[in-house]
Design a protein around this ligand. Structure first.
Ligand code: SF4
Length: 293
């Protein structure tokens, strides 16, 4: 595939029209923001400056970020701050459950900063939070979006044993760009995590996600979609990378809505059950609908 064709968006230039649609709709309502603050919880919706923030909350979905808001890794695309995180907060599972109940959520996504400093990678906090959520909201469906746990299967098994509706782990980008985009991660290790989840929790929907616009070719996206299907993924999200600040990787190109539609077809052809693909798609975008397969 030829990159940076004029019709495929402008490199490093202004934002194309199709990405301006949500301008002015990105803010959480004051009430919701106050409620989250009151409960003392972090949402990735805020930490990652997600453009879909209002839309998801209106649909009864939210993505809570467990284990604080400081990550032990430093991915070059991510707006989350990195450094030495605080110890896990024992109140956090109850606080997340309280916030979810007060927001009337029916589908909750739990993710976390990567905690390479913890012996279990934070798996125990996922399990405790899932239990707290089910106690408050017995009908709630839960998607977990975890780190790779450094390739350790024990914490992954602990999370899978808690029976998430969806198990999600993102490869984030194509194989060739891994070290530039997420230097402390590894493409093969992420595929192994997904393969393990598909084999050990067959009742869970295994899901992954990719950003595009980082310099990948169309062929590389196709290969990644094939790798994910082969690993047992059934759902994949694909969205436009947007640079959180000048300190992060630049946007190499803006992918057109037509090309996102092509990626969806490519994923389905490779055996995926659902590909949620579009400029504003993020890992948890319309997570409840994506789980309806
Ligand atoms: S591991 Fe996750 S939270 Fe941490 S820097 Fe990378 S993308 Fe951000």
């Amino acid at each position: 595939m030829r990159r940076n064709r004029p019709e495929a968006g402008r490199r490093h230039g202004g934002v194309p029209d199709w990405l301006k649609v949500k301008t002015g709709k990105a803010g959480l309502t004051r009430r919701t923001r106050a409620l989250l603050h009151d409960c003392g919880v972090h949402t990735v919706c805020e930490a990652a400056m997600c453009p879909n923030i209002g839309e998801c909350f209106n649909c009864g979905t939210a993505t809570f970020m467990l284990l604080g808001d400081v990550c032990t890794r430093d991915c070059r695309f991510c707006a989350v701050s990195h450094g030495d995180p605080a110890p896990p907060d024992p109140e956090e599972p109850g606080n997340v459950a309280e916030a979810a109940a007060r927001l009337g959520l029916r589908f909750v996504v739990l993710t976390c900063v990567t905690r390479d400093d913890l012996p279990d990678g934070g798996a125990g906090q996922f399990v405790a939070t899932m239990a707290a959520l089910r106690e408050r909201l017995p009908e709630v469906r839960i998607e977990v979006l975890t780190s790779d746990f450094g390739g350790d299967s024990a914490p992954l098994d602990a999370v899978l044993a808690a029976r998430p509706t969806v198990y999600n782990h993102n490869v984030e980008t194509v194989r060739r760009l891994q070290s530039a985009v997420r230097p402390q991660a590894d493409y093969e290790r992420s595929l192994a995590v997904l393969r393990h989840a598909a084999a050990h929790a067959p009742e869970a929907i295994v899901k992954s996600g990719l950003m595009v616009g980082l310099g990948e070719t169309r062929q590389e996206v196709g290969e990644a979609l094939g790798d994910l299907a082969d690993a047992g993924c059934r759902v994949v999200t694909i969205g436009q990378y947007l640079r959180p600040s000048p300190a992060h990787l630049p946007v190499e190109r803006y992918v057109t809505p037509e090309e996102f539609a092509l990626y969806e077809r490519m994923g389905l052809e490779r055996g995926l059950a659902r590909v949620v693909s579009g400029p504003f798609v993020r890992s948890s975008y319309h997570a409840a609908e994506a789980a309806e397969i």
